[in-house]
Write a protein that binds this ligand. Structure first.
Ligand SMILES: [Zn+2]
Ligand SMILES: [Zn+2]
Length: 213
């Protein structure tokens, strides 16, 4: 299969690599769409190092092409899914206390992680989330970052009719805006970039603020 391989800092190549071998407890997925997150940017720029070569990409969607014999869930061939590609170990203190987002072993060598820039992925059943027909593969690639926004707004205890100020209208700021609006909030957005502010306005910000002028 083909994959976008980050061979070293600042160099990504399209290479012919081996298709992942699916274990009986895994699901083989053909990747349809994959986003580029800050994590990939950090890896590309060398601000964060896992190991090279690596196939990055963790905000992905795809179609199930094969289901292992030991998979218990109701996932079947042809299902459209959103993927969670930052694998957690399930064994460390954080994983065992329900904070797997802080897993101590998630970026260790040997742990097969990311991989969304490849054509196929073999993943655990816990890493796939079925999506309805009304959600496109393109949209489904945003499931992971949107989940982060939902979690962050839940963490601050946001409730109906609360006001929210978002500093920064980048991709995550704009997603926070949409989620906060869906949760019934009035949202103000501040960003020095006019284009981004306009976007925030068109996505329903009650007030947009340029903090510089
Ligand atoms: Zn991400
Ligand atoms: Zn862990």
């Amino acid at each position: 299969m083909k994959a976008g391989v980050l061979v070293e800092t600042g160099r990504i190549e399209i290479q012919e690599v081996e298709c992942p071998v699916m274990q009986p407890n895994q699901i083989l997925v053909k990747v349809k769409n994959c986003g580029i997150c800050t994590l990939e940017q950090r890896l590309y720029r060398g601000n964060m190092k896992i190991y090279y070569p690596i196939v990055p990409g963790h905000e992905a969607s795809g179609e199930v092409v094969e289901v292992g014999s030991d998979v218990f869930g109701d996932v079947k061939k042809g299902d459209r899914v959103a993927l969670d590609l930052v694998l957690r170990c399930g064994e460390c203190y954080y994983c065992r206390t329900g904070h797997s987002n802080m897993c101590q072993n998630r970026f260790k060598k040997g742990v097969r992680i990311l991989g969304g820039f490849g054509e196929y992925l073999a993943v655990r059943a816990t890493q796939v989330y079925k999506i309805p027909d009304s959600v496109s593969f393109r949209e489904a690639a945003f499931v992971e970052p949107v989940a982060c926004c939902i979690r962050s707004l839940k963490k601050i205890g946001l409730s109906l009719a609360d006001d929210v100020l978002i500093l920064g209208a980048g991709p995550m700021g704009l997603m926070h805006l949409q989620v906060a609006r869906a949760m019934g909030s009035r949202v103000f957005v501040s960003d020095p970039n006019t284009k981004r502010l306009e976007k925030a306005g068109s996505l329903g910000a009650s007030l947009t603020i340029d903090p510089v002028h």
